[in-house]
Design a protein around this ligand. Structure first.
Ligand code: ZN
Length: 612
């Protein structure tokens, strides 16, 4: 059982309390309700003399003597910060606190005003570059808030919250939380919005532009020794990308949007309703002001395709691990598809020089991996988040790659069925329009595609989305007069045969050993009888317990070398010898089909140009 049936009254601002007292004396309680705007008040305090964590205070007013507070689990990156909660205390004194779950605290306290205090003692910082969504504190700023800071009240998830930040002098604040007249105080419409909005603070550089009628803030937190870069070109690239994204979806699902870029964090990000945390190392931006534009575009498209166009499985807020999501192939894959396409429309140069080159590379990677004929899109989607490595056994698959190619083929089906009048762009707009009242799953996506193309895509969804089959690229490329030419040959890097390193190691937390992860059963490792999740005992007789040691030993191997590997399995020990070899990889070219019609040539031309 979760969620006590609480009736919470306000932790209201002082003038409200005064007003309440007056009203109480005059009116019956029922008449009060419209006058009350119950909120939960949070204060987050950072002491510049002690950057080992932050203190949180929660003030609320209860009419039940028992309530529960919980730390939310992020749907994709559950960092389990309940592990770092220290000094949980409650006022008035005499209240009792019981931890009823790793992430849930139960409080019994007299009804009325209650204050909860606790500290988040940050784990020791990982070496740079860090993950951009992880909180941190330094003398010049940090990343706070979100599920790493704020507990929510179970059963009162819909109550609005106010957040007051008590930060070291001179620290600016950039967050998706709604501003108030007090520059240190923000509001959130409910608990889900509160924990969704990280707070970047410190010595920030900021730029603004308006697109789609909304202000977009670009915020950069530099390391003290940051490399100077061309900030005008950096912001201009983002603005061009934003304008193309807004043009695609037609309108924005936020009042204001904040890009939170962090120096010292690797290029990668985490999307939110109206903000994004992104790694952007200044030395990389100095080499190329568009160095992180692809990642930026990806996370920005997620504002629509994941945060607004929301999978049916997602809970808005929950302290338990979120359930597997079957439609991530769409949420991730179409986001990949549009990150690429929108940057081309914005005229920003990309690593794959053309759409054709991009598709050739993706199809090559897809055909090289035996996981795709074996697992459906929905099966691969379900293990993309919150599952341990090895969930697909000796296979490894990317829901991003598989989903992007699936979306690309659906786009061709639509272009063909509508004689070039419509495209996947229209599907995205249909889903966005419907997102106010509906969430997506495979059927909902299928319905949207059919509404746009006026065609029957159920066989496609049965075969490729719910079923496991290799995409028939020539069939769909043929609709616009194109065809593939596939050659197989030795995998080469800089003209040299590439070694078969299609495995990696994974260190389960707290177990002090390393597990093998075989990514392709046809690799030399799979053929030697090794399996994912085998516990590595030794390599050439030397005990190996870390991935870095395992990796170093693998990288020393040259073609023709032999290595002895001993592993432990539940059923007993296993030992084998592996000879390092190269391996084969397909190369894909996309060319005009000999029998292409003039109409198909025109469709191909529009597709190459990235036209809507
Ligand atoms: Zn993504």
């Amino acid at each position: 059982m979760h969620g006590l049936n609480l009736f919470l009254l306000a932790g209201v601002k002082k003038y409200m309390e005064f007003r309440l007292a007056v009203l109480l004396a005059v009116f019956a309680p029922a008449a009060l309700e419209p006058a009350l705007k119950p909120t939960i008040q949070y204060t987050l305090r950072v002491d510049s003399a002690d950057l080992s964590g932050w203190d949180v205070e929660i003030r609320l007013r209860t009419v039940s003597d028992t309530f529960r507070l919980a730390m939310a689990a992020h749907p994709e990156y559950d960092d389990r910060y309940w592990r770092y909660v220290r000094g949980f205390s409650v006022e008035p004194s005499g209240a009792t606190v019981t931890r009823v779950d790793s992430a849930v605290w139960e409080v019994v306290a007299p009804r009325g005003a209650v204050t909860i205090r606790y500290r988040i003692a940050l784990p020791s910082p990982a070496p740079l570059p860090r993950a951009s969504w992880r909180p941190f504190l330094t003398p010049t700023g940090g990343l706070l808030g979100g599920p790493h800071a704020f507990m929510y009240l179970i059963g009162a998830e819909r109550l609005p919250a106010t957040v007051t930040l008590d930060l070291p002098g001179g620290w600016a604040i950039a967050t998706g939380l709604a501003p108030t007249s007090d520059p240190r105080t923000f509001t959130a419409a409910n608990a889900a919005v509160l924990v969704d909005a990280p707070i970047l603070t410190g010595r920030l550089r900021q730029w603004r532009f308006v697109a789609g009628g909304a202000t977009h803030r670009v915020v950069y937190w530099p390391l003290p020794d940051a490399t100077p870069f061309d900030t005008t070109a950096f912001v201009a690239g983002i603005e061009r990308m934003v304008r193309q994204t807004v043009a695609l979806f037609g309108r924005v699902p936020y009042h204001e949007y904040t890009f939170q870029f962090e120096d010292g964090a690797f290029s990668g990000g985490l999307e939110h309703r109206n903000s994004v945390t992104l790694g952007a190392r200044s030395e990389e931006l100095a080499r190329d002001p568009n160095a992180v534009i692809q990642e930026t575009a990806h996370e920005f498209v997620h504002t629509w395709n994941l945060m607004a166009i929301r999978p049916v499985e997602y809970h808005d807020i929950d302290y338990r691990t979120q359930p597997p999501v079957a439609s991530l192939w769409f949420s991730e894959g179409l986001t990949m598809f549009y990150a690429d396409l929108l940057l081309r429309r914005a005229g920003i140069p990309l690593h794959d020089s053309t759409r054709t080159a991009h598709l050739e590379r993706l199809i090559g990677a897809y055909l090289a991996n035996p996981a795709y004929p074996r697992f459906s899109r929905e099966a691969i989607s379900r293990v993309a988040y919150n599952s341990e490595p090895g969930a697909l056994g000796d296979y490894s698959a990317s829901t991003h790659l598989q989903g992007e190619l699936t979306g690309a083929m659906l786009d061709l089906i639509i272009r063909d069925a509508t004689h070039g009048q419509r495209s996947m762009d229209d599907v995205m707009r249909v889903l966005f329009d419907r997102s106010a009242t509906r969430r997506i799953d495979g059927r909902e996506i299928e319905n949207a595609v059919e509404a746009v193309c006026g065609c029957d895509v159920t066989p496609f969804f049965d075969t490729y989305v719910r079923g496991a089959h290799v995409l028939d690229f020539d069939r769909y490329l043929g609709l616009i007069g194109l065809t593939t030419q596939i050659t197989r040959g030795p995998a080469l890097t800089n003209g040299e045969p590439e070694r078969d390193l299609r495995l990696y190691g994974w260190e389960p937390e707290g177990e002090g050993d390393v597990r093998l992860m075989i990514t392709n059963p046809a690799s030399i490792w799979g053929r030697a009888g090794l399996h994912s999740r085998d516990r590595l005992v030794s390599m050439d007789g030397a005990a190996v317990t870390t991935w870095s040691d395992m990796r170093a030993r693998l990288l020393r191997l040259r073609i023709g070398d032999t290595i002895r590997i001993a592993v432990q399995r539940p059923e007993g020990p296993f030992e084998t010898s592996v000879i390092m070899t190269g391996f084969e990889r397909p190369t894909v070219r996309i060319v005009l089909a000999r029998n292409a019609t003039e109409a198909q040539r025109q469709l191909a031309e529009a597709w190459r140009a990235g036209k809507p």
